[in-house]
Design a protein around this ligand. Structure first.
Ligand code: CTP
Length: 227
C-alpha cells in the first residue's frame, strides 16, 4: 500500500527476525526458541503502512509477508554479513532476531560419532550485530533493538540502549508465562533515552502495529518530518 497522498515519505526499513542456527556437525546445530513471529509481524506492519521493508531472517515456519524483500540466513555470521551489506541503504533498522550469542568454534566436517563421553563443544562469541550497527557499520538512521530479560527489565534494557547506541529498546520479560517466545501474545516496555512507556499485553499482531507506529514516530522526530 503506497503512503497516502504523499503525506508520508516512504521509509526504508531493515528488520532482523527469527533464531539463528549454529552448526555442530552436518546434522546438528545449536539454536533457541524464537519463532520469528514478532519480527515478521513488524515487517508486515511497516509494509502495510506503505514503507519499503527488507526482512533478514533465520529459519522459521512463517510465510514471508507479501511485498517484503527477504534474505534468508542460517547462522549469526550469515545474518551479520546480510546486515553489513544492506544497512547502509536503510533509514530505520529494527533488530528483532534472537541471534545466538555463541557459535561452535570448529564444527565437525562429518557427523560426530557417539564415542567420547562427555563430549565438549568449544563455543566462541558471535559478532553483536546490533552493537556493530553504529560502529563499524556506520549506520546513522533510527536504531531499534530488543531485550528479552528474565530480571531487572528496565535496568538491563537501559544498559543495552546506551551500550548499543540505540534510539529505542523494546524490552520484554521472558519469565512471564504466556507471553514472548513461542507465544502469540506479548507485553513490552519501550525504553527511550529520556523515558519509558509500557505497552500492555496484547496479540503480537496488534503489538506490531503499535510498535511500527511508535518507531515511525520516533524516526520522524529524529529527521524532523511528519510520521
Ligand atoms: N543482537 C544482535 N547480535 C547478536 C546478539 C544480539 O544483533 N549477536 C541483538 C538482538 O537482535 C536484540 C539485541 O541485540 O535486538 C538483544 O541483545 P541481547 O542478546 O539481549 O544482548 P547482549 O548484549 O548479548 O546481552 P546479554 O548479556 O543480556 O545477552
Amino acid at each position: 500500500m503506497p503512503p497516502p497522498g504523499g503525506q508520508t515519505r516512504r521509509v526504508r526499513i531493515l528488520v532482523t527476525a527469527g533464531p539463528t542456527r549454529e552448526p555442530i556437525d552436518p546434522v546438528r546445530f545449536l539454536t533457541n526458541r524464537s519463532s520469528g513471529k514478532m519480527g515478521y509481524a513488524l515487517a508486515h506492519a511497516f509494509q502495510h503502512a506503505g514503507h519499503s521493508v527488507l526482512l533478514v531472517s533465520g529459519p522459521t515456519d512463517l510465510d514471508v509477508p507479501d511485498h517484503v524483500d527477504f534474505i534468508p540466513v542460517e547462522t549469526a555470521a550469515d545474518m551479520c554479513d546480510a546486515v553489513r551489506h544492506s544497512i547502509g541503504r536503510m533509514d530505520i533498522a529494527v533488530f528483532a532476531a534472537a541471534v545466538a550469542d555463541y557459535t561452535v568454534r570448529d564444527p565437525a566436517p562429518e557427523k560426530i560419532k557417539k564415542s567420547s563421553d562427555p563430549l565438549t563443544l568449544e563455543l566462541v562469541k558471535t559478532t553483536d550485530i546490533l552493537g556493530s550497527a553504529r560502529e563499524p557499520f556506520g549506520f546513522e538512521g533510527t536504531l531499534v533493538g530488543f531485550a528479552a530479560e528474565t530480571n531487572d527489565l528496565e535496568a538491563n534494557a537501559r544498559d543495552k540502549l546506551t551500550r548499543k547506541r540505540c534510539d529505542l529498546i523494546i524490552a520484554n520479560d521472558v519469565s512471564k508465562p504466556g507471553i514472548g517466545f513461542d507465544s502469540d501474545r506479548n507485553e513490552v516496555l519501550l525504553v527511550y533515552p529520556t523515558h519509558n512507556e509500557q505497552v500492555p499485553e496484547t496479540t503480537k499482531h496488534d503489538l506490531a502495529h503499535r510498535l511500527a507506529h511508535a518507531i515511525l514516530t520516533l524516526h520522524a522526530e529524529r529527521v524532523g518530518c511528519e510520521p
